[in-house]
Design a protein around this ligand. Sequence first.
Ligand code: BG6
Length: 513
Amino acid sequence: MSAMKERPEPESCVLVIFGASGDLTSRKLIPALYEMNQRGLLPKGLRVLGVSRTELSDDAYRDRLTPKAAEHAHSYEQSSWAEFAKRIHYHAADASEAGSIDGIHQRVRTLGDEGGISRSGGEPNTLFYLSVSPNLYEPIIDAIGASGWVAEGKRWCSLHPEQTAWQRIVVEKPFGHDVASAESLNRALGRVFEEDSVFRIDHYLGKELVQNILVMRFANAIFEPVWNSQSIQHVQVTAAESIGVGSRAGGFYDGAGAVRDMIQSHLLQVVAMVAMEPPSGYEGDAIMREKIRLFKTARLAHSAGGQPCAVLGRYGQGPDGPAYVDEQGVDPNKRTETYGAIQIGFDTWRWAGVPFFIRSGKRMASKVTEVVVQFKNPPVNLFGLPEDQMGASNRLVLAIAPNEELRLELRGKVPGLAFKIDSAALDLDYLKHFGGEAVEAYGPLLVDAMQGDRTLYKHRDEVELGWKLVQPVLDSEQVRGAIETYEPGSWGPKAADGMIASAINGGAWHNRA
Ligand code: BG6
């Protein structure tokens, strides 16, 4: 869950999933809901209504979901699944057609009545979830708006808000394709929903260690004094995957690429957790405000020649599969990147002069997501040893995946008569140490939306500022023209090593096997 404090039970609602027959719904959303139900964390009156165009009965839809739930839910067990599945319903409609919304609305009201969760006017709370192709987002939002269903703007100022039903909407990524499309989507949402009712989801914010970055920084007193340009030389954020793009290439990926798919969305959020100022509280508004303030100071680094400091790459052929350009549905002339690396900075007193390097790639040497905070050397080398005999300087590694770990690398004297210095790591594996269990990120995020808690969601300004930051990379003919083919199973293009080495004397990526 997002907040550590005692939280009220999420309010009962009907969750309307547009894109009910899609992969995300069956692989992620339904298994995550089922897991939350197993833990007793769902509101008792929750009903799920899947909406897609194919004609299906409720039972036929449940039958389709069963094998995927069995495969993807950690704690799948037949009888509890059968019990949970009774809460799942189905309605066939093309939701982008304005005329279809009344039928969906009527079905939601019926489910609300049957479940005893209707509020005044026979209206249950409704959480919409856009799990459809992004080109359908705006038509569906417009159609919902035109139907007059959404009354949230009237609710927050009503005399009895607890008796009045709410309507909220969760929007999946990709949230836009560039600055203009993200702004347009935000405007479409704003015409129908209050900003507080819009939940722009990013499953990275549901990951334990991403939340843990704030706990590490603000529940301990020892980090904040050194968390600035005086002590930190640079920061790296890496999200490497060993798998290729595969069947997603034609349908989605070739129109997106690594900068849009991973950096603009997930990794800027991770950076925000590392770099933002302390919020005034652990709650949505306060955290969003600090992220926005930070993103307003963000700038993309440029070379002396005025080019964005960015490197793009695409994987070549290897033993595990074809080169990206030979994946089905790829247009090689688009020069879509499966690897992106950018250098950014923040014009704030805390971070002036500290480069942040962000990279993400497919078919890399291993699956690893981590933040590396590289500290400076002490101002004086007291021991008179050459730098290469001192071990690595202090480094804090926050590993997000596959394991959730915090590793602090410190220098120490090697025991013995000779005066030798080397570096060693203090390791904390969160799961091993604290116990607990791995949770699919979507489950807690969905429950947060049912609670109206946007702590782990994105404000419209964050999204737009994120796009503005990376847009020059996407637009640069020079950067795209230099796209490099990298060895699958490697750490990406050579030019990315050059980028970090030219920014930092002796700088190199932290490549963890
Ligand atoms: C998704 C991207 O949002 O995140 C995928 O579209 C990527 O391309 C995935 O593989 C990575 O998520 P995770 O949780 O496996 O790091």
